[in-house]
Ligand binder design. Sequence first.
Ligand code: FES
Length: 134
Amino acid sequence: MQKEGQDWVYTDIVKEHFLNPRNFLMGDESQFKYDACGLVGNPICGDQMKMYIKVKDDRIVDIRWKTYGCASAIASTSALSELAKGKTLDEALKITAKDIDDYLGTLPKHKFHCSVLGHEALADAISNYRAKTL
Ligand code: FES
């Protein structure tokens, strides 16, 4: 929980994930052999997120992402990628923006919408994976 007057403060965990994002796709898409990809834009700010998943036995065995998003989007998607790896597709879909916020020790309130971007890209990737494998 943030203290009064700390709405503009990033926690140390947020800063650490922003500076060292987990599962970030360096280079182009040929660097990661994925089974499905999701792409979404944030209607509030216009930023975009792409999510790539590798799936085995209905479980996310590996994950990568890239974004034009802000520091909050980068930190939250880094956290999301850690939370989603190893989960079944249904379990991954149940990860909420609040789970990400809790993992990061909270985001500034006015940046909460940024944490939704990664989750929506992941949901799109899972939907595309399921459409391919039906
Ligand atoms: S301001 Fe666009 S994702 Fe954060």
